[in-house]
Design a protein around this ligand. Structure first.
Ligand code: IMP
Ligand code: MG
Length: 172
C-alpha cells in the first residue's frame, strides 16, 4: 500500500500563495497579464492565486499530457487543449503545479512563443530539481524540493489525490 506523508499543510500553502500573489501583483502593476493554467494539475493553485491578485488579469487554460499513469515524464508531449485567448503582444504568465524534468515547460514555452506574446514568465507551486533535464527559467516558485513524488493540491498519481488540500509525499 502507498503511504501519504504530509509535506505542506493548508495554512502554509495559503501563506505561500498569498506571498506569491503580492509579488506578482507588484511586478505586473502596469500590465494586464494573461494567466495560462496548465491542465489539469494547476487548477487549484490557479484558482487560489488569482483570487489573491490585486491587478486585472485574463485567464486561460492549456492542456498538455506526457505522463500517462507513470511517475515520470515520457518526453512525448501532446497538446490536449489549446488556448482560446489571443496572446499576441500580451504579457503571459504560465501557471504550473510542478516542474520536474522541465520537458513539459520547455515544450510549452516554445509553443507559446509562436503566438508572439510580449513576454512569457512562469510561476510554479513546486519546483522539483533533481530530475531536471531541460534548462527552464522559473520566475516564481512557492516551494522547492529535490526529489520525491508529491500528490495533492492538484497534483495526481494516476488521476487520484488531486483533491487533497495539502501536499503529500506518496511513498510506494
Ligand atoms: P516535467 O515535464 O517532468 O517537468 O513534468 C511536468 C508535469 O508532470 C508537472 O506539471 C506535473 O503535472 C507532473 N509531475 C511532475 N512531478 C510530479 C509529482 O511529483 N507528482 C505529481 N505530478 C508530477
Ligand atoms: Mg502540470
Amino acid at each position: 500500500m502507498a503511504e501519504l506523508v504530509l509535506v505542506i499543510g493548508r495554512a502554509d500553502i495559503d501563506a505561500m500563495v498569498a506571498a506569491m500573489a503580492r509579488q506578482i501583483s507588484f511586478d505586473y502593476q502596469d500590465s494586464e497579464p494573461v494567466l495560462v493554467g496548465v491542465l489539469k494539475g494547476a487548477f487549484i493553485f490557479l484558482a487560489d492565486l488569482v483570487r489573491r491578485l490585486t491587478i486585472p488579469v485574463e485567464i486561460d487554460f492549456i492542456g498538455v499530457s506526457s505522463y500517462g499513469a507513470d511517475t515520470r515524464s515520457s518526453g512525448d508531449i501532446r497538446l490536449t487543449k489549446g488556448l482560446t485567448i489571443d496572446i499576441e503582444n500580451k504579457d503571459v504568465l504560465v501557471v504550473e503545479d510542478m516542474v520536474d524534468s522541465g520537458l513539459t515547460l520547455a515544450w510549452l514555452m516554445n509553443h507559446l512563443k509562436a503566438f508572439n506574446p510580449n513576454s512569457v514568465k512562469v510561476c510554479v507551486f513546486v519546483d522539483k530539481r533533481e530530475r531536471r533535464r531541460e534548462r527552464v527559467r522559473i520566475d516564481y516558485a512557492c516551494h522547492t524540493v529535490d526529489n520525491g513524488f508529491l500528490v495533492g493540491y492538484g497534483l495526481d498519481y494516476a488521476e487520484k489525490y488531486r483533491n487533497l488540500p495539502g501536499i503529500y509525499h506518496l511513498k510506494f
